[in-house]
Each structure stands twice: as C-alpha cells, then as structure tokens.
Ligand binder design. Structure first.
Ligand code: NAP
Ligand code: HSE
Length: 419
C-alpha cells in the first residue's frame, strides 16, 4: 500500500483525495497496489473539507511521517512550497506537484535535489492534458520545432465569454475564480505569468533552456478591450492568450501574449476553460493535444496519474527530460528581435493631416501597413484600425511610444500581435 500526504487541500487537493477514494477500484488495479491518502495540510482548520483524512495545519506532520511515501504539494506559491518540497525530498519521499510557479523558478535545483527520488509534475502544465508525458516521453526522439498553445484556462474562459456573451471583464474573472480555475492571485492568470510559468517548464523539456519569467516576453489580457474583441469578431478573428515557443536556428523564442487568430485556425476554436497545445517535432510533424486546462477534477486526474506512475515504477524518466545537458546548447532569442504581424488601434482626433502624420511615423520605424480602417467614435474622434506586415518587436515598441506622445492621439494606442 502507498500512503500519500497532501500539502494544500483546496480546489485540487480536495479533488485528489475524493477521486483516490471514488475511483479506488481502477486506480489500485492500474497501480498494482492500494493508494490511500493518510493526511492533509491546510491553513484554515475551521473549514470543513468533507474528507475522512487527518487534517492538520502543521506541514511537519506529513514531512516527519515515516509511513508517508508520496508528498503531494498543492499549496501553491514559490518560497514556502520550495522549502516544503526540499524537506520532503531530503527525507527520501517522492514528490508530486501541480505548482508551475515553483517550477518556473526552481526546476533545475529541484532536479538536482531529487536525484533518485521520483519528482512528477504533469498537472503543472495544461491541467488535465498529459502534455508533460507527451513531450518528455512520447516525442523524445524529435528535435522540437515549436510549441504553440492556449495554456491558461482562466484567460481562455474570459476571452470566450467576452466574445460570445459580451460579459464585462471583472464579472467574468469572478466567475472563473468561483469555478476554481484561477490562481490564488488571479493577476498570475490575466497578467500572462501563469502561462509563462508553463512555457518555461515545457521549454526545459523541449530545448533544455534554463530561463526565468523575467527573461521572456510576457503580456496578459488586461489591455484587450471589449472594442478589440468586437472588431476581431467582425473581421473573422478570435483573441486568445497564446503561449509560444519557436526554434529559429540556434535560438528559441519564448513569449506569452494575447493574439488575434483567424477563426479558420484550429486553435481559434478552443473555447472556455479548454486548453490546446500544438507540438511540432522534426520527425513526427504536428501533434495536437486538447482538454480541460483547469478545475479541480481535471487537474486531479493528472496529479493522480503521477501518483500511480510512482506507485508502479518509482522514478522513471529524467525529471526535465534530458539525462545530460545538450551539446551546442540552444539559446534564448532576445524579445526585441521577435518578429510578428501586429494589429493596432489608435484613437485620434478626426482632422486633416492626422493620417499622413501617422503613416509617416510608420515609415520612420520601418513598419509596413497591410490594412487600414477608420471608425468614428464621436464627431471629432475616430479609431484607426491598422494591421501591419511582419515587423520587428523593437520597432513596434519604439513606434508605440512615439504615437502615444502625439497631441492628436487621444489615448494610449493598443497593440495586439497577429498569429
Ligand atoms: P487553492 O484552492 O487555493 O488551495 C490551496 C490549498 O493550500 C488550501 O487548502 C490552503 O489552505 C493550503 N495552503 C496554502 N498555503 C498554505 C500554508 N502556508 N500552509 C498550509 N496550507 C496552505 O489552490 P488550488 O487551485 O487547489 O491550486 C493548488 C496548486 O495547484 C497551485 O500551485 C496551482 O497553481 C496548481 N494548479 C491549480 C489548478 C486549478 O485549476 N485550480 C490547475 C493546475 C494547477 P486553506 O484551504 O486553509 O486556505
Ligand atoms: N489558473 C490556471 C489556469 C490553473 O487558469 O489555467 C491551471 O493551471
């Protein structure tokens, strides 16, 4: 029998304990032995969890319990979780976590510390989709060309509701929180950081890249207005928070930002809390993965898969996919050198000469306009909706700064990249 201790019995931890009990028949048959949760740790002992396990607010109860084989860390956060997981490993316990923030900062240290202990984290990326398994094991023969996906259920749920039902941003964020999709601090979701944490984990497995969140381009959905969503819809696009890793020669670009995607693209059709990931390998070609990206039961499904894999085999694949560092390592492409097409919404005073001045600034920054449309917003102002040909990130950023300072530009121009 395998005994489990759960540190953090919230949305995911509660589902893990419930499913280990309700699906015990299939789980023990697949694992080859019984798996039971012995105890769980929470902050607030007054809250009833409805579980028949020992509940404590003292993490040492689990860490010092010699009967516990697997510590499941579901408390979230970085520093405290890091200390807890380090202690669990030092006591020879196997660890399962769904904590992508922890891994975004400490995955290489944890890999070194884990040594022969099992350390699994399938639920940390794309919730219920087994993308870690796919990338680390199923596609292991390939050089990975790209990973493009929707990897934050909260943002995808919000963007879908904004497009389909015109629901206000704050109301729909509250709904995503109530459904158990959002992080304890939802800024991590809407600010793009949660998706970036997932991207960094995948970039280690795919490319062996040891980058931190502050090294890559991260933008969220806070600047996507209902106007942008409506314009996008009118012109046959969806707006999604995209997570992108792309190999370009010996460089890899890593970025997270909102994107206009043609409704014809498969990825534009992924709605609600669902996540979708496309991985292109040099030998296999494109592979696609789709499933629920957040929520208690969907995430617990991935956590329990890790527990079962440890119960079956102990340690299996190298934690981050590589047994030794790659020769001639790939490096991170500087964000300023990223290239894309862009959509710009510039609210201007509607008077003679404005358009000429704007197009001059585009020319100065070496940016070529693909399409342009003007829509009045009042008697004296209008939105200029502009899409560009491929341009360089540093040029667009410099141009945006110049545009913002102009006296006939009424508000900070908005920019969304086009997929
Ligand atoms: P949650 O509902 O906020 O649960 C966190 C749990 O940890 C709560 O039970 C909380 O206690 C406990 N906790 C927090 N700090 C603690 C401390 N210092 N000492 C003891 N207990 C502590 O979060 P969640 O949604 O289950 O997420 C857990 C982890 O899974 C996070 O790393 C998250 O990023 C990850 N994840 C979540 C999802 C999802 O859909 N929710 C999906 C994938 C991954 P109280 O209950 O007393 O407050
Ligand atoms: N807050 C995360 C999301 C949970 O919305 O995708 C799953 O990682």
């Amino acid at each position: 029998m395998i005994k489990v201790g759960i540190i953090g019995v919230g949305t995911v931890g509660t589902s893990v304990a419930q499913i280990l009990k309700s699906n015990a028949d299939v789980i023990s048959a697949r694992a080859g032995q019984e798996i039971v949760v012995k105890s769980g740790v929470v902050k607030n002992l007054k809250k009833d969890r409805g579980l028949d396990i020992i509940i404590t607010d003292n993490v040492e109860t689990i860490l010092n319990d010699e009967e516990i084989d697997i510590v499941v860390e579901l408390m979230g956060g970085v520093d405290e979780a890091f200390e807890v997981v380090k202690k669990a490993l030092s006591k020879g316990k196997s660890v399962v976590t769904a904590n992508k923030a922890l891994l975004a900062y400490h995955r290489y240290e944890l890999q070194d510390l884990a040594k022969d202990n099992a350390f699994e984290y399938e639920a940390a990326v794309a919730g219920g989709i087994p993308i870690i398994n796919a990338l680390r094991d199923g596609l292991t023969a390939n050089h990975i060309e790209s990973i493009v996906g929707i990897m934050n259920g909260t943002c995808n749920y919000m963007m879908t509701e904004m497009a389909n039902n015109g629901v206000a941003y704050d109301a729909i964020l509250k709904e995503a929180q109530d459904l158990g999709y959002a992080e304890a601090d939802p800024e991590f979701d809407v600010g793009g950081y949660d998706a970036a944490h997932k991207l960094l984990i995948l970039s280690s497995i795919a490319y062996g890249i040891d980058a931190k969140p502050e090294d890559i381009l991260i933008e969220g959905i806070q600047n996507v207005s209902s106007e942008d969503v409506a314009f996008a819809k009118e012109f046959g696009y969806a707006i999604k928070l995209l997570t992108i890793a792309k190999k370009d020669g010996s460089e890899v670009e890593l970025r997270v930002h909102a994107c206009l995607i043609s409704k014809e693209e498969m990825i534009a059709k992924i709605d609600g809390v669902m996540n979708g990931v496309s991985v292109v390998g040099d030998k296999v070609g494109e592979t696609l993965y789709y499933g629920p990206g957040a929520g208690g039961d969907a995430t617990a499904s991935a956590v329990i898969a890790d527990i079962i894999s440890i119960a079956r085999a102990g340690k299996s694949s190298p934690m981050l996919g590589f047994d030794k560092p790659m020769e001639g390592k790939l490096t991170l492409k500087p964000s300023a050198n990223i290239e894309s097409k862009y959509y710009l919404r510039i609210n201007v005073s509607d008077k003679a000469g404005v358009l000429a001045k704007i197009t001059k600034i585009f020319e100065v920054h070496n940016i070529s306009v693909e399409t342009m449309l003007q829509k009045s917003t009042s008697n004296s102002s209008a939105n200029l909706l502009i899409s560009t040909h491929i341009a360089k990130e540093s040029d667009i950023q410099a141009m945006m700064n110049e545009l913002e300072a102009l006296d006939f530009v009424n508000e900070k121009p908005n920019m969304i990249r086009i997929f």
